[in-house]
Design a protein around this ligand. Structure first.
Ligand SMILES: Nc1nc2c(ncn2[C@@H]2O[C@H](COP(=O)(O)OP(=O)(O)OP(=O)(O)O)[C@@H](O)[C@H]2O)c(=O)[nH]1
Ligand SMILES: [Mg+2]
Length: 328
């Protein structure tokens, strides 16, 4: 039984999709990784797995899939199926299995692997059944992968290496899973950051509009709910839940301090009549800058993991935000 590094702290488990030709040994790979028989194994001649079947592990979920059968039409159909399925579902890394027993990597395999990579998905190559070819055949396959699939990591695997310690030692089972968890985690964080960026952009536009609003003395007061909503949405992307009061307090504190700083040395702009910073009129630049800084700092915080609530409500978060505002 192999134990795997679990890098997952605050975010979901990675979803791994395993694909490739029928009989490539995909289901056997899953069983080996799980350390027990979970996926039914067939024979090379007859397709076994049908559809897509998830197998849930403590540190990841692997989706077993129906393999493609030989024939250009069938392979093209398969390619479409895989690309559609990647677009619709939440996979974080693809394991592309090619049996070393075939002694070659086909152009269609190369094309599909490159396409998956181009779509932005992490993908790696699983060279299965490395017990079958001789050393030269295996080296030729590795050379082809190296030449035609530069940048795609290759893992040598065999579930039949028990009686051959040298072969067993050349297999990369643990590396495969550790690498996949790490890559999937990076990919998931990238997706989450993109989602957070969309929310931040929308909030900065709304904040800029508030600064242009004709309602007198209300800018700063109107900004806080925009920022609070933005922060809540970012936290929810990363699966963090915090009380409303905490978020409102931090947003108000950052805004108050930042506005206070921006009026220092420019007292003419300050309106003593209102008597509170909440009534200050701020310009669009200030409103968008402070909102963008807050949003990005919250996303950074979520990515850093650990005790997010404590870090978020600490004075160093507020001081850091104001510092960034001054340096902008
Ligand atoms: N020699 C050798 N045979 C293997 C290895 N892994 C799997 N096989 C055999 O290859 C055949 C197909 O294995 P599966 O795991 O069912 O292959 P699959 O890719 O899931 O096939 P489909 O579900 O039909 O797409 C079985 O007879 C396995 O015993 C291996 O590492 N070495
Ligand atoms: Mg199968």
């Amino acid at each position: 039984m192999i134990t795997y590094t679990k890098g997952w702290v605050d975010i979901n488990k990675p979803n791994i999709l395993i694909i490739g030709k029928t009989g490539a040994g995909k289901s056997s790979v899953i069983n080996y990784v799980f350390g027990r028989e979970v996926a039914p194994v067939g024979n090379v001649a007859e397709p076994m797995t049908r559809g897509i079947i998830p197998y849930d592990h403590e540190s990841f979920t692997i989706y077993d899939s129906e393999g493609y059968e030989l024939g250009d039409d069938k392979q093209r159909h398969y390619e479409r199926l895989i690309l559609d399925s990647l677009a619709e579902s939440e996979y974080h890394i693809v394991w592309y299995a090619i049996p070393a027993a075939d002694k070659r990597i086909t152009e269609l395999d190369i094309k599909l692997i490159k396409r998956i990579k181009r779509e932005g998905f992490p993908v790696c190559l699983l060279l299965t059944k490395v017990d079958e070819p001789d050393e030269k055949q295996l080296n030729d396959m590795l050379a082809t992968a190296n030449e035609k699939l530069a940048g795609v990591n290759v893992f040598r695997l065999s579930v039949n290496a028990n009686n051959n310690p040298a072969l067993a030692a050349s297999c990369n089972w643990k590396k495969l899973v550790d690498y996949s968890i790490e890559k999937a985690e990076q990919y998931l964080l990238k997706l989450k950051r993109e989602e957070a960026n969309t929310i931040i952009t929308k909030a900065t536009v709304a904040a800029g509009a508030v600064a242009l609003s004709p309602i007198p003395f209300s800018d700063a007061a109107l900004l806080v709910p925009i920022q609070t909503a933005m922060i809540f949405k970012i936290f929810s992307i990363y699966g963090v839940s915090l009380g409303k009061a905490v978020v409102t307090n931090v947003a108000s504190a950052v805004l108050t301090t930042a506005i206070g700083q921006s009026f220092a040395g420019n007292l003419l702009k300050f309106i003593p009549f209102v008597g509170s910073i909440g009534g200050a009129i701020i310009n669009t630049g200030v409103a968008t800058a402070i909102t963008g800084i807050l949003g990005n700092m919250v996303a950074d915080l979520c990515e850093s993991g650990g005790d997010i609530e404590r870090k978020f409500s600490s004075s160093s978060f507020i001081v850091g935000a104001v510092q960034k505002f001054k340096e902008r």
